[in-house]
Design a protein around this ligand. Sequence first.
Ligand code: AMP
Ligand code: MG
Length: 400
Amino acid sequence: MKSVEEHLASVLAAIRPIAPIELGLLEAVGGVLAEDVIATHPLPSFDNSAMDGYAVRSADTSSASAGHPVTLPIVGEVVAGDTGAYAVPAGAAVRITTGAQLPASADAVVPVEWTDGGSAKVEVRQAAAPGHAVRRSGEDLRAGEQMLAAGTAIGPVQVGLLAASGRAAVRVRPRPRVAVLSTGNELAEPGTPLIPGRIWESNSFMLTAAARQAGSLAYRQGIVADDQRELMSAIEDQLVRADILITSGGVSMGGEHDVVKAALSRLGSVEFTKVAMQPGMPQGFGTIGHDETPIFTLPGNPVSAYVSFQVFVRPALAALQGTEAKRLRAVRAVLAGPLRSPAGKRSFARARLEGTSVTPLAGQGSHRLAALAAANALVIVPEPVTEMAEGEKADVWCLP
Ligand code: AMP
Ligand code: MG
């Protein structure tokens, strides 16, 4: 049996990051930057007003107070978007709006709230210090400064910054394209009537949703019967459009009925192993096709499939984007009840984390999807440990 670490290490060793491509800003969201982005312009690109008010020479307002206002004639107006050349003569003011260019020789903006709001002349009731309400060119970013480093995940703020800096496209390792297949003769499409002996198919929905939640572009490809030819043709169909494949079912220790194992073992590039974990012992991983596309063959039991996804597939999706991010958040918490675990296996026990207390849930069977749905965390019980008592501290992964 392989340890969880050994299996994860062999998975990560086989993953080659997706080649970077240039994408438009919104397509790049969810991608990981494959270039250092340098500011070509200062940000802001010109001195401008932070408020609606009056651009002045600050010295002209230095004696202003509520009791002794200073009155200045208004010689013009500049609003956001105006592109002309403006200047403030000594002893005068120019009306200005937020985001408008600061006129030449002005060094401060008197907010409208400090004045009578006049339009031919303005009564200033408070002195504006030099630089007041002025946004200086380059105060956010200087031209030539690095604004985003390679390896940064592109989210809403990053894409906003790129746009503000004039970039329309950027080089990223894009979100991985994931194809999800389920295998099993017993599987019926949800929404169709159930014949005794059949079950409604759930893994492909859950795994597709989990892969999307982990930031990939995942697509459910549905149900494949336990038939080697059908399986291989379904897999081949996906190879052209996926960066990674996930199947579930058909990898148990049984014989010819475990069709995924039977069909893929023959290729020689997918390895089937027992991993010392519970749930999720039977695992398969390898590469397939001309492009050596990674393929995970996860166990069929829903809880096993889900835990396997979080333990192995999630880090692999990050590795496809050349990062180590996206691991589940790990915390230490106090057990609010006892736990048992098989000797020599790492358990991922479904649990409810509340503050620093974690309660193991009843129903740890790997088919217990409703019990999994009640969980928000996994308690990790190390391999040598067979029992943990209430009050002990445990490592806990927060489920997303
Ligand atoms: P297998 O790994 O194919 O032997 O399946 C193990 C268990 O998981 C069996 O009880 C299957 O019926 C169940 N199972 C397999 N695939 C799915 C699926 N896609 N959705 C729900 N249950 C499944
Ligand atoms: Mg099966």
